[in-house]
Write a new protein. Structure first.
Length: 76
């Protein structure tokens, strides 16, 4: 008959000392990041925000026109 319930994990022993293999290769130091042009980044973000607002305004205008057309069809 199998044991009832969970008897817990099997016992474990700690690994022996020096169990890791020796490391011979050292990773190269990290490279320098390219310098950033903060003014250019800010200008690009401003342009992107302008485009986003423009697209949103056009979409809102289209939705208003379509809503007016649908409401006028229902009322008349």
């Amino acid at each position: 008959m199998p044991p009832v319930g969970y008897s817990g994990p099997p016992p474990s022993e700690p690994p022996p000392a020096g169990w890791r293999p020796p490391t011979y290769l050292q990773p190269p130091p990290p490279r320098q990041l390219a310098p950033q042009d903060v003014d250019k980044i800010e200008a690009q973000e401003k342009d992107a925000r302008t485009v986003t607002y423009g697209v949103g305004l056009v979409a809102a205008a289209v939705l208003v026109v379509l809503s007016c057309l649908l409401c006028s069809r229902v009322l008349f």
